[in-house]
Design a protein around this ligand. Structure first.
Ligand SMILES: C[S@@+](CC[C@H](N)C(=O)[O-])C[C@H]1O[C@@H](n2cnc3c(N)ncnc32)[C@H](O)[C@@H]1O
Length: 221
């Protein structure tokens, strides 16, 4: 059992190298507007993995206002292309604006796909698109439905990062202690985590930091 996890998390956060000034501004705006963007822990995991594997094609499910896409644009190789999916009109309006904003030097890497993720994932898979890094950060209840499509899109040796998998820790609670409203999501997240940790094609690491981050590596074919 870790001692005083909050203080340890605060100490680790104090070592964070920080964002570029333009991302720092966007992060502040998004937090103020209560847009759920990736936290410091997820930022560091993504930044580390992007630096390590230097992906050429990134797929993101869940753009919100474009913060994480712009973050990835600053930490990926110059010739990397990023496709990101969002469906909510209010978020899309903000995302379109941010992804055109001249403050962000690497915005040209990013393509926004507008609509329901499942349909877009199916279209991308049918078109034979492939990605070496996938970031899944959308409606948690749908991850199991997305997974077969994501497996068509993820290349061997590619990485799938899933955010918020521990749901503030409630994922470990008995389903009987969870309100009916949240029970379906709870069961679906457990099913998703069991599946990605037991699939032959994947090697998955679940990090109990932030809201829980799963990092899955697709083994060579
Ligand atoms: C947690 S936010 C994404 C935050 C973003 N990745 C960031 O860190 O800047 C999740 C987003 O996914 C979108 N979303 C959820 N389910 C979706 C779906 N089925 N299709 C498309 N977008 C979806 C929501 O509208 C929301 O804006």
């Amino acid at each position: 059992m870790m001692i005083n996890e909050e203080r340890i998390a605060a100490y680790i956060n104090s070592l964070d190298r920080g964002l570029s000034p333009q991302l720092y501004e966007l992060e502040k705006e998004a937090v103020k507007a209560e847009v759920p963007i990736i936290g410091k822990e997820t930022q560091r995991v993504i930044r580390f993995l992007l630096t390590l594997i230097k992906p050429k094609r990134i797929l993101e499910v869940g753009t919100a206002v474009g913060f994480s896409a712009l973050f990835m644009s600053e930490h990926s190789p110059a010739d990397c292309m990023i496709t990101t999916i969002e469906k909510v009109p209010m978020r899309l309006a903000e995302a379109r604006k941010n992804l055109k904003d001249e403050r962000f030097p690497d915005r040209g890497k990013i393509t926004l796909k507008e609509g329901e993720a499942l349909g877009i994932l199916r279209e991308l898979a049918a078109a034979g698109e492939k990605y070496d890094f996938i970031f899944l950060d959308a409606a948690k209840g749908q991850y199991m439905n997305f997974l077969p499509e994501l497996m068509k899109l993820l290349v061997p040796e590619g990485i799938l990062v899933t955010d918020n998998v521990l749901q503030d820790g409630t994922v470990i609670n008995s389903k009987f202690s969870i309100t009916r409203r949240d029970r379906t999501i709870h069961m679906r997240m457990r099913e998703y985590l069991y599946t990605i940790t037991h699939m032959d094609e994947l090697e998955t690491l679940i990090l109990p930091v932030g809201d829980g981050i799963a990092v899955s590596y697709r083994k060579p074919a």
